[in-house]
Design a protein around this ligand. Structure first.
Ligand SMILES: C[S@@+](CC[C@H](N)C(=O)[O-])C[C@H]1O[C@@H](n2cnc3c(N)ncnc32)[C@H](O)[C@@H]1O
Length: 206
């Protein structure tokens, strides 16, 4: 039985949203927080969890020998796959589903990324433990700062989503817990950056 969260993500991030996001990526490039994440990471094979239309994948495509993308949204998976093919990158695998449910069958990669994904998943420890285990060299995440305005923003967003009939919910997970989980997985903090809304943290294996 698929996780309810992933079913609602699949409905929310539908083909219309995916086309709009790709068009925005073509017009404006990656968001500031995504650019910070890309800049802070080493290169190598990439496991991009919840990668959306694939902004990080495009940055890695010139040098990566292998890219794996796992996303709860079928529409994002389809758009990201087509876009990488358009760019001439053929060594990619795109999997639709819940990474926590699929992780046992996914190999480790040099770099693992979760760009604005931790905030979309209720089971923080399950997602961090499963994803850090796949990071041979680096693990990077973009997630909301723990501030009053992000809490208010997520509550308003969740209310709007419920009123629109969506079960999809956002979460502000504790920064200290993310740090503790990554360190417990044997990773050490390499860099921190932020925008007014997002933390951009990268970790590496010592
Ligand atoms: C807010 S979107 C961010 C998309 C993209 N990374 C970006 O920054 O534009 C969250 C993404 O995470 C995906 N996602 C959330 N939980 C997931 C899970 N457990 N496994 C795989 N994908 C997940 C959603 O389907 C969605 O594509």
């Amino acid at each position: 039985m698929p996780c309810p969260h992933c079913v609602s993500a699949d409905k929310l991030f539908d083909p219309r949203v995916a086309r709009r996001e790709l068009s925005r990526l073509h017009r404006r490039g990656p968001s500031a927080s995504t650019r910070m994440l890309i800049a802070a990471l080493p290169r190598g094979s990439l496991l991009d969890i919840g990668g959306g239309v694939g902004a990080i994948q495009h940055a890695f495509a010139a040098t990566a020998e292998r890219i794996t993308h796992v996303d709860a949204s079928q529409a994002y998976v389809a758009v990201a796959r087509a876009e990488l093919e358009r760019l001439g990158f053929t060594s990619s695998e795109h999997l639709h589903g819940d990474f926590v449910a699929l992780h046992a069958s996914i190999e480790a990669h040099t770099v693992v990324t979760l760009d604005r994904v931790l905030c979309c998943y209720p089971d923080l420890s399950g997602l961090v433990i499963a994803s850090t285990a796949k990071a041979q060299r680096a693990w990077g995440a973009v997630f909301p700062k723990e501030r009053w305005w992000t809490r208010v923003g997520v509550r308003v967003m969740n209310l709007v989503l419920r009123l629109r009939g969506s079960d999809y919910q956002g979460y502000i997970h504790p920064e200290a817990q993310i740090m503790a989980l990554a360190e417990a997985a044997g990773l050490r903090l390499k860099s921190t950056a932020s925008t007014w809304l997002w933390n951009v943290w990268t970790f590496q294996r010592p």
